[in-house]
Structure formats: C-alpha cells, structure tokens
Write a protein that binds this ligand. Structure first.
Ligand SMILES: Cc1cc2nc3c(=O)[nH]c(=O)nc-3n(C[C@H](O)[C@H](O)[C@H](O)COP(=O)(O)OP(=O)(O)OC[C@H]3O[C@@H](n4cnc5c(N)ncnc54)[C@H](O)[C@@H]3O)c2cc1C
Length: 295
C-alpha cells in the first residue's frame, strides 16, 4: 500500500473542506471493506484518506415525511437490525441481512456501498426497486439524485470529486403493496449474487390485479437496472403463471451480464427469468398480507 495522510474529521463540513483541498488525491473511507482491498491491490493510491467514522450526524435511521432516511454511515448490520426498517420496510432490512457475513455487515456502510457502485452488491438493487434517492453534499451545497441517475457504469457514479453521499431516502410502500428480494447464489451463502432481483407489487382495488409493479436486477449489467419492458407487462394484469413467465422472459431480454466464475452470461440470463418470477410471486404474497393486515 502507498503511504498516505490520514484525517478523521468530526464534522461533515470539515471533511468536505479536506476533500476539496486534496481534490482527486483524496478518498473518503467509511467501512473500508472495499477501499482497503483496492489500495492493497494498488488499484487506487490516494495521498489522503478522509475517515467519515467520527461524523455522528451520518449514522441515523429516521422517518421524515413519508420516507425513511438512512445516514451514509449506517452499517449494513444496523440496517438489518433496525426496528424501524423491520416494521416499515421489511424487504430492505431483509436485503441487508443477505450481504456477505456478519463481520462484513458490521463494517460496510450504506454510503460506501452506493459510492463503490459494484453491480454485484445487494442493497442497491432493493433501493432501486423502492425508488430511493441519494443525498449528496459538496463544499458549496447539496443535491439529490434518483438512484437510477446515480449509477453510471461499472464502479462509476455521478459523484464528482469532493462530493460525499450523506444519506439515502427511501419512500414508504403505498397501501396494498408488498416487496421481495431474492438472491441466487449457487456457490456459498456469503457470496455475491449470480443474479439478484428485488420487486414490489401493488394490488388493484379488486385485490386481484396488479395496479403497479417494479423490478430491479443486480449482477446482470454494468449497474443495477430496472427492466422497463418487463415492468410494463405487470400493470393492470392478473399475475397468473402465464403472465409471470412472460414478465420473466421480457426481463431476460433486458439484461447484459458478463461471464465470470459465478456463471456464464447465458446462464445468468436464464436465471434472471427464473428469479424474476420468484421475486414477483413473493412480492404478490406480501402485498396480499399487507392488504389483509390493513382491513
Ligand atoms: C469479502 C466481501 C464480500 C462481500 N459480499 C457482499 C455481498 O454479497 N453483497 C453486497 O452487497 N456487498 C458485499 N460486500 C460489501 C461491498 O462489496 C463493499 O465492500 C461495501 O459495501 C463498501 O462499503 P464500505 O463502507 O466498507 O466502503 P469503503 O470501502 O469505505 O468505500 C468504498 C468506496 O466508497 C467511497 N465512499 C465511502 N463512503 C462514501 C461516502 N459517504 N460518500 C462518497 N464516497 C464514499 C470510498 O472512497 C470508496 O471509493 C462484500 C465485501 C467483502 C470484503
């Protein structure tokens, strides 16, 4: 690893000032689970590391105006165990639980996961299906982006040098809506996904048809993605076996996976169709439960 200066500011403004001072030479570090590996492999050689760990304001999970706001420093383990998330957005808490091992989940943070932009990660998939927004700060102010506009390419985001992710805002699910996250990993339980799918289904007023549905896919493209043509086949329809199969087939045509040690591109495409059906079936059942509970 190269020699570097280490700063541990206690306030966000101070961190932003340091990042501006060092420009592209500086890197923020949160959990360090990705960055330290990249530094060991000499893929990145920052001359200054700015630790975010002592910035208290970034570690909260709180409800505000129909959304749940998760600070960038919330760890995967904290999100998995949060009573608020478990009650209001159980699919998100369940997704964090599927990440790697407890050891990794204790360290890895939400801000780090988003900024790292590895398309094989799990939380971004569910956050995308839930319509989350990323809150970004720089020395001159703040901006917010839909998660769809945040991811640009493999390991590439819309973040400019000197910018930090400070939070992610996740809308609560509408009435009669259920969510699901399924992760297909044939090798070991703590591996990255071969294919990951998150889905939401909102029941229509008859309780039989799907009023709206969202699908997000991970590990099958340069970024987590939403297969729009597949989603369009959900609206106003009964999700019987035939329709679900058609949605899965449509999703298969919208992915562009790489062949790697987790499977060939062809295999990942096949598994996309299978896992989309599974995710939608689970989301449908969760929507039914939500509807019954609200009666
Ligand atoms: C062995 C192993 C297995 C894993 N398996 C999975 C898995 O199955 N599924 C999964 O989802 N994840 C998995 N992960 C975790 C994932 O790949 C990342 O390592 C993790 O999400 C990064 O979070 P971090 O807080 O440690 O980020 P760091 O390593 O601290 O930082 C990562 C990048 O983000 C930047 N950064 C950090 N915080 C911010 C911020 N607030 N604003 C702007 N930039 C920031 C850093 O500069 C760096 O470029 C695994 C990790 C390991 C080591």
């Amino acid at each position: 690893m190269n020699a570097f200066e280490y700063r541990a500011p206690r306030a966000l403004d101070e961190a932003l000032t340091i990042l501006r001072e060092f420009g592209e030479e500086a890197r923020a570090v949160a959990g360090g689970t990705a960055l330290v590996t990249m530094m060991r492999q000499r893929l990145v050689r920052p001359s200054c590391l700015v630790s975010l760990r002592d910035i208290e304001d970034l570690g909260r999970i709180e409800p505000t105006d129909g959304v749940i706001r998760l600070g960038a420093l919330v760890t995967h383990r904290e999100a998995e165990l949060s009573p608020l998330l478990r009650e209001r957005l159980p699919v998100l808490a369940q997704t964090f639980r599927r990440v790697a091992t407890v050891r990794i989940r204790h360290m890895a943070t939400i801000g780090g996961a988003l900024a790292h932009a590895d398309p094989n990660q799990d939380p971004p998939v569910t956050l995308l299906a839930l319509g989350a927004r990323v809150v970004i700060r720089h020395a001159g102010g703040q901006r917010a982006l839909a998660l769809e506009d945040f991811f640009r390419d493999y390991y590439e985001t819309a973040l400019e040098p000197g910018e930090l992710v400070t939070a992610v805002e996740v809308p609560l699910l509408p009435a009669a809506t259920g969510g699901s996250f399924v992760k297909y990993l044939p090798r070991s339980a703590d591996d990255y996904a071969t294919v990951a799918v998150a889905a939401t289904v909102t029941l229509g007023s008859d309780g039989e048809r799907c009023r709206a549905g969202r699908i997000a896919l991970g590990s099958v493209g340069a970024t987590p993605l939403r297969p729009r043509a597949a989603e369009a086949l959900l609206t106003g329809e009964r999700l019987d076996e035939r329709r679900l199969r058609a949605v899965g087939e449509a999703a298969r045509g919208e992915v562009d996976p790489l062949t790697d040690h987790r499977g060939s591109a062809a295999y990942k495409r096949e598994m996309t169709a299978v896992m989309v059906v599974r995710a939608l079936t689970e989301a449908w059942e969760a929507a039914r439960r939500a509807e019954r509970a609200a009666r």
